[in-house]
Design a protein around this ligand. Structure first.
Ligand code: PHE
Length: 338
């Protein structure tokens, strides 16, 4: 080995690094020159066989060779790493944007919205009330005297002596009447709570849409006309309906409204329990005792009220057979309502 072959190797190193363009090329370069069994180390071994006069020069040249190879290797390595991050950061502006997933309206919200739209078109305003109520608004002002058995109709979640989770939206009637003078024509949608055993048909929380109209000369005929108009708009013009006498402490007379089962068209099916009818709401003329409790004069004004269940109607409309599914928020169900 002579000094010229060392300088030749330096030239080789320089030209080899030129053709390195990938990590693999670089590794090949390293294995060729920089490892213990690589060319350079082997040349260092060759010093031993050189004459003593040649050794210092040879050693110097070999050090230069090693230095050059290492420096070029390091530079190339840095360059390759940098170009990798550059490719990763590169933006392709022609790629179509990613669509954000859009949520869907919950079936109960959808049913409530549709109901609300219909009543608004008939001149009703929307009012809301608190879900945590007191005994006065939920019961007493609505003509449920203390210890009256009618309170058993609604299994109540009590929070303490007087605070409770409202069992119906009717307390909002009381709040509206105590805050404003007739004429009143409002609907009151919202959540209500009852301490009931949870099953496919009942849940501890559900939704109601309450209605209230108070003015001079409001009649039961107007109540029936309003609800019949609603039913036709909501369930379809072919729907049949019937009012059955019923009882609520806060209305007199009271009724429940059934509509012909829209699943079997009144023929009788599993859903309507072969009766052909579905109960959708309770209603009646506001009891004079309620009008008195809120400071109205029952000799001057009359009113009607109704309260309809929203969840069961939504279940029937959308063909869902278990009320619990409404509150599990399984996206596989919710996605079907987009
Ligand atoms: N609040 C009654 C219920 O929860 C429904 C109702 C409302 C009845 C208004 C008559 C008038 O069952």
């Amino acid at each position: 080995m002579d000094i010229n072959s060392v300088y030749e190797t330096i030239e080789n190193v320089k030209s080899d690094i030129q053709s390195v363009s990938t990590k693999d090329d670089l590794e090949e370069f390293r294995l060729k020159y920089l490892v213990r069994r690589g060319i350079i180390q082997q040349m260092f071994e060759g010093i031993k066989s050189a004459s003593p006069e040649e050794r210092p020069q040879l050693g110097k040249a070999l050090n230069e060779l090693r230095q050059t190879a290492q420096t070029l290797f390091d530079e190339k390595k840095r360059e390759l790493e940098q170009s990798r991050t550059l490719t990763a950061d590169k933006l392709d502006l022609t790629i179509p944007g990613r669509r954000r997933p859009i949520g869907t309206k919950h079936p109960v919200t959808q049913a409530l919205d549709d109901m609300t739209t219909i009543f608004k078109s008939m001149g009703f305003a929307v009012a809301l009330g608190p879900e945590i109520e007191d005994d006065f608004h939920n019961f007493e002002a609505l003509n449920f005297p203390a210890d009256h058995p009618a309170r058993d109709m609604q299994d109540t979640f009590f929070l303490d002596e007087t605070a409770l989770l409202r069992t119906h939206t009717s307390p909002v009637q009381v709040r509206i009447m105590m805050n404003q003078k007739p004429p009143i024509r409002h609907i009151m949608p919202g959540r209500v709570y009852r301490n009931e055993a949870i099953s496919a048909r009942s849940y501890c929380m559900f939704h109601q849409l309450e209605g209230l109209a108070v003015d001079e000369n409001i009649t039961f005929a107007e109540l029936k006309g309003t609800l019949a108009t609603f039913a036709k708009k909501f369930f379809g013009s072919g729907v049949k309906y019937v009012f059955r006498p019923s009882f609520f402490p806060f209305t007199e007379p009271s009724a429940e409204m059934d509509i012909s089962c829209f699943l079997c068209n009144g023929k009788g099916c599993r859903v309507c329990k072969q009766t052909g009818w579905l109960e959708i709401l309770g209603c009646g003329m506001v009891d004079p005792n309620v009008l008195k409790a809120v400071g109205y004069d029952p000799e001057k004004v009359t009113g009607y009220a109704f309260g309809m269940g929203v969840d069961r109607t939504a279940l029937l409309l959308y063909g869902i057979d278990d009320i619990r599914m409404l509150y599990e928020n399984d996206v596989r169900l919710l996605n079907q309502f987009s």
